[in-house]
Design a protein around this ligand. Structure first.
Ligand code: URP
Ligand code: ZN
Ligand code: ZN
Length: 457
């Protein structure tokens, strides 16, 4: 099967040029100013950007959490991802206390296998560390799970003490894996939560007020110091605050392999959302919480200057009418997480490229190339080059739309960006050569997505 994409503007992390792209079966085989060969399908990309498919390296599909379960499974979640221009995700498989890593990985593989419409990989969340888990980490790397997420937050759920974190880091260093860290000081946060509740402070905004930026910055500093001693790269997930970013910048200035992602919610939403009337603030309860609007420009500076390398979503949707209501009388019971898998590419294009914070090439880099490089997917994914998977997005930079729960494809009853007008829309998507979105109509099939074995550093 030959597909020829003609007349578009090809954009990669480094180049922007008018050109054609030839796809044969699952791969890109040729790029050129004008390719004239017979093809089974010709796609006219005039006035469109032709970019590598988005890679979202932080999603939580079908995940039990906070007394409930995230409401997008691998079918609805990956369909929404594809409609928004994302062609590969790296989700989180979870190890249960007293169970093996393989059991956790196989459980998540089972959830994804017949449902995913795009390619997927897994990080592994470790809940504990011991010698046998250390041995298994090596086996997981052989299966393509080459990054492990650890938590300094959520005592009693995912929290790990510094000694266990340090041992897991040392082991990751030995086997070429990367540590992903949820960096918030969970023990201090729990004290603040207890004190807030004792004063009768139960509404959603206290979620943010009990998770101050210092709790994130302190944990980020500690994570970097532990990683330096353990001689392993550390990747701070969902970085939200300028204070935590300062820790990353300082470490990188010292030449340490410290990396971080931020997410659209920290760039486009803010603490003010928690002040919305009634229980509306629960829609934005996530950890770390949304921060002051005035500090968002620090994150944009970090993104432009490469102190932040990735924009992922941390897509973890709970319905407002059911899941979020668990915390109606106690903010600490509101399930943590928000939807966003469908909106990332357009939000960042509109609010980042169009607003002049980042170039169009940096947009591609932050949402595709750089996550592919950091997490062992490059050059199979993350660029438009001969030999790479034909994961391609044809993006209309002029089209406008309004984000709304009434039209989005995510399986969740609200949008954190309800009513936001954006310019820049994903029009057509190829996943390994298959057209899975054609002029806005989803044409993919559950189960067509492949598990991707990721490489080590
Ligand atoms: O609030 C969040 N971020 N929920 C998802 C779980 C996590 O910590 O990433
Ligand atoms: Zn986290
Ligand atoms: Zn997460």
């Amino acid at each position: 099967m030959r597909t020829l994409i003609k007349n578009g503007t090809v954009v990669t992390a480094i180049d922007t040029y008018p050109g054609d792209v030839l796809v044969e079966d699952e791969k890109i085989v040729q790029l050129g100013v004008s390719i004239d060969v017979p093809a089974d399908k010709v796609i006219d990309a005039k006035d469109r950007l032709v970019v590598p498919g988005g890679i979202d390296v932080h999603t939580h599909l079908d995940m039990p959490f906070g007394g409930t379960r995230s409401v997008d499974d691998f079918e609805t979640g990956t369909r929404a991802a594809a409609c928004g221009g994302t062609t590969c995700i790296v989700d989180f498989a979870i190890q249960d206390h007293g169970h093996t890593l393989r059991e956790g990985w196989e459980t998540w593989m089972g959830r994804a296998q017949d449902k995913a419409t795009i390619d997927y990989g897994f990080h592994m969340i470790l809940r504990e560390y011991n010698e046998s888990i250390g041995k298994e980490m090596g086996k997981m790397v052989d299966e393509g799970v080459t990054s492990f997420k650890l938590f300094m937050a959520y005592p009693g759920v995912f929290y790990m003490d510094d000694g266990s974190i340090f041992r897991a880091m040392q082991r990751s260093g030995e086997i070429g894996a990367t540590i992903c860290m949820h960096a918030e000081n969970g023990l201090v946060i729990d004290v603040l939560i207890e004190q807030a509740l004792a004063k009768g402070h139960t509404s959603p905004k206290y979620h943010a007020l009990t998770r101050p930026p210092q709790a994130e910055a302190e944990a980020t500093h500690r994570a970097i110091a532990l990683a330096e001693m353990a001689d392993v790269p550390v990747y701070i997930v969902h970085l939200s605050s300028a204070e935590a970013l300062h820790e990353i910048t300082t470490a990188r200035d010292r030449g340490l392999p410290a990396f971080a992602e931020t997410c659209p919610q920290y760039l486009f939403l803010s603490y003010d959302n928690y002040e919305e009337p009634g229980f509306e603030g629960a829609k934005y309860v996530m950890s770390p919480p949304l921060r002051d609007k005035a500090k968002q420009k620090d994150l944009w500076r970090g993104l432009a200057g490469n102190d932040l390398q990735v924009i992922s979503t941390d897509h973890c949707p709970f319905c407002f009418d059911e899941g979020k209501q668990l915390g109606k009388d106690d903010f600490s019971q509101i399930p943590n997480g928000a939807p966003g898998i469908e909106n990332r590419m357009s939000l960042v294009y509109d609010g980042g490229v169009r607003k002049g914070y980042i170039s169009v090439n940096r947009w591609v880099e932050l949402t595709s190339t750089s996550p592919a490089k950091i997490f062992g997917l490059f050059p199979k994914k993350g660029t438009i080059a001969p030999g790479s998977d034909a994961d391609i997005v044809i993006f209309d930079p002029e089209a406008r739309t309004t984000i709304s729960a009434s039209t989005h494809r995510m399986n969740v009853d609200y949008s954190a960006y309800e009513g936001r007008k954006i310019q820049g829309v994903t029009e057509t998507v190829l996943s390994r050569g298959d057209v899975i979105l054609e002029k806005g109509n989803f044409t993919g099939r559950p189960g067509r997505g492949n598990y991707v074995k990721r490489g080590t550093r």
